[in-house]
Design a protein around this ligand. Structure first.
Ligand code: 5U1
Length: 675
């Protein structure tokens, strides 16, 4: 059955709506409808076209993904050559460019259009009578490759120009690129499919555009920004570069929001600086900015040399990637005890600074990139980010270069304190187990030990800890209890009164509880709740220090991993020594060992809702867990008890509806013995 007039007009209306919403979404970055509504329009059009294939046209939005792959790209000639850009490095070269422009034009000052320079691939889009008829790569500037099927898959490329006021033929010049988020998504999908990942967004974009099968291109998150025009016949374009870009936007094209008209050289430098400051937040890679003489009649007067116009210049940022030699791989211990492999490099300037070290992250990353000492590597430094080794130039590898194994390199010991270094199954990081003695972790360990929920030593902040550690006055947390007034007064910016207060607080901290003390030791994965459970189960420190992994796993909520962490911690003679010293300095009340069966909230599922005035929610949760409760986040028919603080909302309503017992904060405090 052929399509009725009604169906035809519905199809036409859908196409117009879809083109309009594409324009709002891609060109204006200002969508009017949610994605789901847009998808519904697309689905309706697809189903009508499936029913009435005679209605399918090449510019229908359903036709972005083409059919079978082609054998090779055909060569096509651009209507007008695609020019390239001359570069300016450094202030002097930009100053020279501006001077040459002004001298040739005999002008005092010139307006420029300032644009970002994307790190992508230049493409020319040819429209005839408003329809996209061809997409071509730059090639040698005269002839490029026909990538029409591929560019049609890029949603930001309009298949039809908007409105009816456009030249009969127009070539739009644009840069195809990939955003950082698109790149991450693509690599995540590649990993999931066990396929090769891409080194950077540029490679991913270039590879995507040059696929002979456009169905693969369609899966790559490519986008475009348009930056100029080539051939124009049968119509006119505005007289300045800036207005041309606004005009292209009106025709449905995507133009960078960073485009700006600037007056004279001073404003060019200002623009460069502004974009440089925001470079890392743009969400895509740029390698500089471009300045173009704004008036097209001036551009015509200036002309070109070889293939580069005299009226435009790319002012580049310092390169963010450089090649250098990796002389050695060392291992550093961070303040949390993680052993990180570090590449020692022959000094190289990257991103405007000299780089001599770069992180290699962990063993998995070393294996993935196959980095070996002596390799020639590509180093990247973007913004304030720590320099990293991106990849190895394998062709330049010397014979006999050996694979690097971190644990072997450190002989399974922390290079700082000599405690055992461990890599757990399923973990990328290798860690030092000498938490209490390792100099690399000292400051962090002391800070945690003194924190409010641990030993609660008010006044022992990071600035004082820095001085105590740097002057070797405190080597382990046990040394805190040997500090005297004279030592403290000798610290920078430590008044007598503050020293006295700190000493008093150290004294006060001697009276603590076993859970606080266990938590303060900083054993991996032993938070407040686990410390509570350990204390209740074992009753004292000694049996905990002696317990094997099996015995530790008898404690509620302690599984094999946490049990192994506790055991490893106390297996380190240095940690044991510090714990022994500490127990002579501090004291805690004896704990009535409770059998698990006797815990008052054993097997009860409890939900906390609203705000408690007497403690933080986390603390309340831990108290409940210590009494044997299972604390969950949502109310269901399996909930035994809801504790409702101030401003309790939907959870309270649900509990009431389900008839679950609800108590207020006072009753809760009584229940946990704080009433
Ligand atoms: N933003 C921008 N990139 N880009 C690249 N503008 C621009 N202009 C170019 C090129 C190759 O060339 C014209 C100046 C001819």
């Amino acid at each position: 059955m052929s399509a009725s007039k009604q169906v035809r007009s519905r199809v036409e209306a859908l196409r117009q709506q879809i083109a309009h919403h594409n324009y709002r979404y891609y060109a204006l970055d200002d969508p009017e409808i949610p994605d789901a509504e847009f998808d519904a329009l697309m689905r309706e059009l697809e189903s009508l076209e499936a029913e009435y294939p005679e209605l399918i046209t090449p510019d229908s939005p359903t036709q972005r993904v083409g059919g079978a792959p082609s054998e090779a790209f055909a060569e096509v000639e651009h209507g007008e050559p695609m020019l390239s850009l001359a570069n300016a490095f450094g202030e002097q070269e930009l100053t020279d460019f501006d001077r040459r422009v002004r001298e040739r034009l005999d002008a005092d000052e010139v307006d420029y259009t300032a644009e970002t320079k994307l790190d992508g691939l230049a493409v020319s889009l040819r429209y005839e009578n408003g329809e996209l008829v061809r997409g071509a790569t730059r090639g040698d500037g005269i002839r490029g490759e026909d990538v029409t099927a591929n560019v049609k898959t890029i949603k930001a490329v309009p298949l039809k120009l908007r409105g009816s006021e456009y030249p009969r033929v127009i070539e739009v010049r644009c840069e195809v690129f990939m955003t950082h988020s698109g790149f991450e998504r693509l690599n995540a999908a590649q990993r999931k499919k066990d396929l090769k990942t891409f080194a950077n967004p540029r490679n991913a974009a270039a590879g995507g555009l040059r696929q002979l099968d456009s169905r693969i291109t369609a899966e790559r998150p490519l986008t475009v920004f348009c930056y100029g025009v080539g051939q124009i016949s049968g119509g006119d374009a505005p007289d300045t570069q800036y207005e041309r870009l606004q005009w292209l936007k009106k025709l449905g094209h995507r133009v960078s929001p960073e485009v700006k008209r600037v007056h004279g050289l001073k404003e060019c430098f200002k623009y460069y600086e502004e974009i440089g400051n925001r470079r890392d937040k743009l969400g895509y890679d740029i390698d500089g900015v471009v300045f173009k003489v704004d008036r097209v009649d001036y551009q015509d007067r200036l002309g070109q040399v070889s293939r580069a116009p005299r009226w435009a210049v790319a002012y580049k940022f310092p390169a963010q990637e450089q090649t250098t030699r990796l002389t050695a791989i060392d291992v550093q211990v961070g303040r949390t005890g993680i052993l990180t492999p570090v590449a020692r490099l022959e000094p190289v300037r990257v991103g405007g600074v000299t780089v001599t070290n770069a992180t290699l992250h962990n063993q998995d990353e070393i294996d993935r990139k196959d980095v070996r000492a002596g390799d020639t590597v590509i180093v990247r430094r973007a913004g304030d980010v720590i320099p990293e080794v991106v990849s190895v130039i394998k062709e330049k590898r010397r014979k006999g270069a050996k694979r690097f194994n971190l644990l072997k390199h450190v002989k399974n010991k922390c290079p700082v304190c000599g405690s055992e270094a461990l890599r757990e199954e399923g973990e990328a990081a290798v860690r030092c187990t000498g938490g209490l003695v390792c100099a690399a972790q000292r400051k962090q360990a002391i800070f945690h030990f003194a924190s409010r929920r641990a030993m609660d030593i008010e006044g022992l902040g990071i600035k004082i800890i820095d001085q105590l550690v740097d002057n070797e006055l405190v080597k382990t947390v046990a040394d805190i209890y040997t500090l005297d007034r004279d030592t403290l007064i000798g610290l920078e910016r430590m008044a007598e009164k503050s020293a006295d207060n700190l000493l008093e607080n150290i004294e006060k901290s001697r009276d603590t509880t076993l859970p606080r003390f266990l938590y303060a030791l900083g054993i991996r994965d032993v938070g407040e709740a686990t410390a509570q459970s350990l204390a209740l189960h074992f009753g004292d420190l000694d049996p905990i220090m002696k317990a094997d992994e099996e015995a530790l796993q008898e404690v509620p909520d302690i599984g094999p991993i946490v049990a192994a962490h506790i055991r490893h911690f106390f297996d380190q003679p240095e940690n044991r020594q510090v714990a022994d010293r500490l127990r002579k300095e501090v004291r805690w009340p004896k704990i009535e060992k409770k059998r698990e069966e006797d815990l008052p909230l054993k097997d009860k599922t409890v939900v906390l809702t609203g705000t408690l005035s007497s403690m933080e929610r986390n603390q309340a949760k831990e108290r409940l867990m210590a009494l044997g409760a299972k604390v969950t986040g949502s109310v269901s028919k399996n909930t035994d008890l809801v504790i409702a603080g101030e401003k309790a909302g939907s959870k309270l309503t649900k509990a009431e509806k389900l008839g679950v017992e609800v108590i207020d904060e006072d009753a809760f405090l009584k229940m946990i013995g704080n009433g």
